[in-house]
Design a protein around this ligand. Structure first.
Ligand code: EPU
Length: 446
């Protein structure tokens, strides 16, 4: 087990780039499984979720060539239609292999997916959509697998109950080679989905967004190979933007595209942040004091759920009380207790919501009602060192940002969560001047 040791309080300075998007590359690898020709992806982030998924596609028969930040995937023939439960527990996206397996092998055995533990995260809307396209899917609660078969997927009109990012992608992946037209209504709008659509269209698919929330897919007989460059990771961009603002405003981000982070920029400006764009670089900084603000997370184009943890660190430095109301996941405040250990003053609460069933994107049932869905952050509080543990990927980034501004030496456990989504996070922060060490924890190993 590895841990970070961070000596906080250093001003960070220098240049860094932003990796390719985690939440695109994983789906792009699955898209590559739709064709027997080679698909080459560039600008791939070297993160552990990506390697886990590569192992899975190799298991089902793909050959994979990986050179630096490029990967070539060729799945001539599907040799195996089942995904082991251990892999499913590690990586949520593994369930999306359902679509290529159903299209090419007409059957699939897929574990109920895992991934970051930030809520129950069922895939019932994905399953309903695939069933409407003709798949027969049974869930066996004794072994945790979905068993799916189909004679041939057929296009349909399917309306999503609420926003689902990967649900929309799963049905797009199924619709590309289904017979006839698939119309997805109330489809999600996240830009990562549009990047996947661009890749699929480059492979010969016929997909278009008719209006922001409806997607039309005309099934084609066969897809072909393509070369595609993965878009930038907007979660990583926001993480480094906040790292810069919190540590003196000296981080210059190279080739940063700001198009898809406008809801972040709006809020950042409101709290007294600013950014300077120069020769395709951008530097985020604070003008003077930080003002408190209220955030309600929402699906695109709103303020992303993935940003609320790192944002909370900035709000610990605001003069006054801020709030964050999480509406996408029922349990994404795994960092609060840890930040409170460092001297933050945060308390969870449930705001009054008139129509919770429609207001929250998660299922507002008797179980999820028990969680608290918002946090009050009382600023400004200086942070000090502590021994911390990450609960998930974005909570991990949150703790690292806190430790970077805290006085003293913090120890952070659970950094395998960070490796899932940030390439060389510690090395890049170190290159910017952070005092951060990765140490192999040998306690308990004899
Ligand atoms: N939901 C259901 N049933 C479904 C689908 C979703 O109840 O069939 C619920 C979920 O439980 C959740 C909400 O609807 O409460 C939103 O889920 P969605 O399907 O939109 O999210 P996701 O596909 O599980 C992706 C990203 C997340 C990101 C969200 C929001 C990937 C692999 N994951 O998750 O990324 O936070 O969309 O944009 O694309 C991360 O990168 O750390 C991460 C968690």
């Amino acid at each position: 087990m590895k841990k970070y040791i961070i000596n906080g309080g250093k001003k960070l300075k220098g240049e860094t780039g932003i990796s390719g998007s985690k939440n695109v590359v994983l789906k792009a690898v699955i898209a590559a499984c739709l064709t027997d020709e080679e698909v080459e992806l560039s600008n791939i982030p070297k993160i552990s979720d990506f390697y886990t998924l590569l192992d899975l596609v190799k298991r089902i028969g793909a050959t994979v060539r990986l050179v630096d930040h490029r990967v070539a995937i060729k799945l001539s023939k599907i040799k195996e239609n089942s995904i082991p439960i251990e892999a499913g527990a590690k990586i949520r996206t593994s369930s999306m292999l359902l679509s290529p397996l159903l299209l090419r092998a007409h059957s699939a055995v897929i574990p109920n997916p895992g991934g970051c533990r930030i809520g129950a995260r069922p895939i019932d809307w994905h399953i309903k959509g695939l069933e409407k396209m003709g798949a027969r899917i049974k869930y066996n609660s004794r072994d945790g697998y979905f068993y799916a078969t189909v004679n041939g997927l057929v296009g349909t009109t399917f309306r999503f109950k609420k926003n689902t990012h990967t649900g929309t992608e799963t049905l797009i992946l199924a619709g590309v080679c289904a017979q006839g037209r698939t119309v997805l209504e109330n489809a999600a709008q996240e830009p990562e989905i549009d990047d996947l659509i661009k890749l699929l269209n480059a492979m010969g698919a016929r997909i278009r967004r008719e209006n922001p929330r409806s997607i039309i897919i005309d099934g084609v007989r066969k897809l072909h190979g393509a070369h595609y460059r993965i878009m930038q990771d907007r979660n990583e961009l926001v993480t480094f933007a906040l790292a810069s603002a919190l540590t003196g405003g000296g981080i210059v981000i190279k080739n940063a595209g700001l198009t898809h982070v406008s809801s972040f920029l709006e809020k950042f400006k409101e709290v007294g942040g600013a950014w300077e764009e120069k020769d395709s670089t951008v530097r985020f900084y604070l003008k003077s004091r930080v003002f408190p603000t209220d955030i309600i997370t929402s699906s695109y184009p709103g303020f992303m759920t993935d940003w609320q943890g790192p944002w909370a660190v900035l709000m610990t430095q605001a003069d006054g009380t801020s709030t964050i109301h999480e509406t996408i996941y029922e349990n994404r405040f795994g960092y609060i207790e840890e930040l409170n250990k460092m001297g933050a003053e945060m308390s969870l609460y449930n705001p009054k919501v008139e129509h919770p069933l429609s207001f929250y994107n998660f299922n507002y049932d008797h179980v999820n009602r028990r969680y608290k869905h918002a946090v009050k952050i009382f600023g400004k509080t200086p942070l000090h060192n502590a021994v911390l543990a990450m609960s998930d990927l974005r909570a991990g980034a949150t703790l690292v940002l806190s430790a970077l501004i805290a006085k003293g030496e913090s120890i952070i456990f659970g950094i395998e969560h960070l490796d899932r989504g940030y390439e060389n996070f510690d090395k890049r922060l170190k290159a910017l001047g952070a005092n951060i060490k990765v140490v192999e924890d040998t306690v308990g190993i004899t």
